[in-house]
Design a protein around this ligand. Sequence first.
Ligand code: SF4
Ligand code: SF4
Length: 249
Amino acid sequence: MPIHEKSLIRPENLVEQDELVVDGIDVSGHWSTFITSRAVTDYNEKMQDEIAGLAGGEFIHRCWQCGSCTNACTINALNNDFNPRYWIYLIRMGMEEELLLDKDIIWQCVSCNKCTYACPRDVNPEGVMKATAHWLELKGHTPKSPSMIFDEGFSEQVFKTGKIEDGLVLRQFFAATGQKLTQTWLVSMVVGLIKRMPLTMLTRLGLATFFRPRTSNWGAARAAIDEYVSEKRNENHRLLGLDKMEDGR
Ligand code: SF4
Ligand code: SF4
């Protein structure tokens, strides 16, 4: 697979001589640049399979490195280092250590799906970004992201009751991420809602805070979901060779 716009040359492997004259010609600085050799010995041969086994990563093998995803990417337009095509290349090559150099920016994907619409091979690059961020967390390379914490709280409520109580989701999220509930934007939003919402709706919302809504006869659905989720977790566990799932469940 070709490497288009970002090479695997690390800055420390680029060497320049401040002052160098060869055969009477001054080749100081940039003109004397050479690359010291580097052997990559840390391949993870299972890496593509590991990402493909997580939700969203299923079609990574289809990528033909055209670069349309990176070209369309919202975040790449702001930061050249955010490069889905390049990360897919590294994953397919099993170059785990190289991918880890960018571990602190991969989570920045905003799920706009521009890449997904641009991809001619239906790779679902947005899904691959999510799977990669999840993989980094499961392997303990990065802490759990706020969006992952939110997703977990949200899912837990749906699994338990078959319904969502927005206030509870927000309270749990703020508590889990160490944020104050009295965020300025949240206070203005709530005040705005109180002013505009019909009284009946407000009463229902208020009651939902004390009496959590739940879908009737949810027990069977809940048992089936629990079984599926546990099956998927064990699958991920086996696939990534983890002794203990990093999400603590
Ligand atoms: S979904 Fe993520 S990777 Fe795709 S274009 Fe948007 S920000 Fe970029
Ligand atoms: S647009 Fe699709 S095929 Fe092209 S590099 Fe991105 S993921 Fe690969």
